[in-house]
Design a protein around this ligand. Structure first.
Ligand SMILES: Nc1ncnc2c1ncn2[C@@H]1O[C@H](COP(=O)(O)OP(=O)(O)OP(=O)(O)O)[C@@H](O)[C@H]1O
Ligand SMILES: [Mg+2]
Length: 257
C-alpha cells in the first residue's frame, strides 16, 4: 500500500479564552490515501474548519503529529511550509476569495507567481486549468462579471493550477443555489475520476452523498469514519446478482424440459 497523503496522529488544537482552555480538536487520528473522496460533516462549532485548516497547513496543531505526503509539518520552517502548501494543497473557500481587481486569468495564475517559470508558461498552465473548469472563454472577465458558480469554478481552477496532491474545500457550495451546487459537484466528481484526492467540509447531505468516505466530527472529536461501497463495487455486485439470476433461470429451464 502506498504512503497516505495525509497521516494525522492524535492531533489536538486548543484555544485559551478568559483563562479557560477550549479544545477545538481532541485526539484526531486519520489516514487519507491518494484519490480518496472524503466529506467532513458535523454540527456548527464541531471543529471541521479547524481540522481542514490544519490539513491545508493554514494552521498548525498544538499536539500530535501531521505528515503531509510523508513530510512532518510541525518540524518545518515557515518558508518550507509555505512551499509545501503551495505544491501540495489546493484550497477552495465558501466565499471564493478571488482578487477583485484581477482578471480571471490573473487570479488563476496567482499561485504560480512563486514558481521558477516564465510568464508564458504560467499563462499556459492557467489557461489549461480554466479549460478544465469550462471557463476558458471568460479569461478576461473580472470576478464581479461572473455568476457565483463561475466564480467558484475560477477558484477551483486556481486550486488546480499547481497540480496539488489534495484539493480541500470548506463548504465550497455554501454560497451557491442548488442548481449551481449540482454543477460544481459534477466538477468535483470529474476531478475525482481524474485521480485527484478531494476533501470537502459540508453541512449538506447531498454533497456528502457524492463522497466515498464520510468523517463525522462532534465536539472536536472524530466520532465516525464511514466508507461507502464504490460505484464500481455496486456495479460489480449488481452484475454478480444478475449472473446468479441467469444461472437460476437456466437450471429452472433444465428442470422443465
Ligand atoms: N481563533 C479562535 N479562538 C477561539 N476559539 C476558536 C478560534 N477558532 C475556532 N474556535 C472555536 O473552535 C471551535 C471549532 O470551530 P470551527 O470553525 O472548526 O467549527 P466548524 O465545525 O467549522 O463550524 P461551522 O460549521 O459553523 O463552520 C468553535 O467552537 C470555535 O468557536
Ligand atoms: Mg467551518
Amino acid at each position: 500500500m502506498t504512503v497516505p497523503v495525509i497521516q494525522l496522529q492524535q492531533v489536538g488544537k486548543q484555544y485559551e479564552m478568559a483563562g479557560e482552555t477550549f479544545h477545538a480538536l481532541s485526539d484526531v487520528s486519520l489516514d487519507i490515501h491518494a484519490n480518496e473522496y472524503v466529506a467532513i460533516i458535523g454540527p456548527s462549532g464541531s471543529g471541521k474548519s479547524t481540522l481542514l485548516n490544519i490539513l491545508g497547513c493554514l494552521d498548525t496543531a498544538d499536539s500530535g503529529s501531521y505528515l503531509l505526503s510523508g513530510n512532518a509539518v510541525a518540524s518545518m520552517a515557515e518558508n518550507q511550509l509555505a512551499t509545501l502548501r503551495n505544491q501540495q494543497v489546493g484550497f477552495i473557500f465558501q466565499s471564493f476569495n478571488l482578487l477583485p481587481r484581477h482578471s480571471v486569468l490573473q487570479n488563476v495564475m496567482q499561485p504560480l507567481v512563486y514558481r521558477l517559470m516564465s510568464a508564458a508558461e504560467r499563462e499556459r498552465r492557467a489557461l489549461a486549468a480554466l479549460q478544465r473548469v469550462g471557463l476558458f472563454e471568460k479569461k478576461h472577465h473580472l470576478p464581479n462579471q461572473l455568476s457565483g458558480g463561475q466564480r467558484q469554478r475560477v477558484a477551483i481552477a486556481r486550486a488546480l493550477v499547481t497540480e496539488p496532491a489534495i484539493l480541500l474545500g470548506d463548504e465550497p457550495t455554501g454560497n451557491l443555489d442548488s442548481k449551481t451546487t449540482a454543477d460544481i459537484m459534477q466538477l468535483f466528481d470529474e476531478l475525482h475520476r481524474q485521480g485527484h484526492t478531494i476533501i470537502l467540509v459540508t453541512h449538506e447531505q447531498e454533497i456528502a452523498d457524492h463522497c466515498q468516505r464520510v468523517l463525522r466530527m462532534v465536539d472536536g472529536r472524530l466520532v465516525a469514519d464511514q466508507r461507502k461501497q464504490s460505484h464500481a463495487g455496486v456495479l460489480e455486485s449488481a452484475e454478480q446478482s444478475m449472473l446468479q439470476h441467469t444461472n437460476n433461470l437456466a437450471s429452472a429451464t433444465r428442470l422443465l424440459v
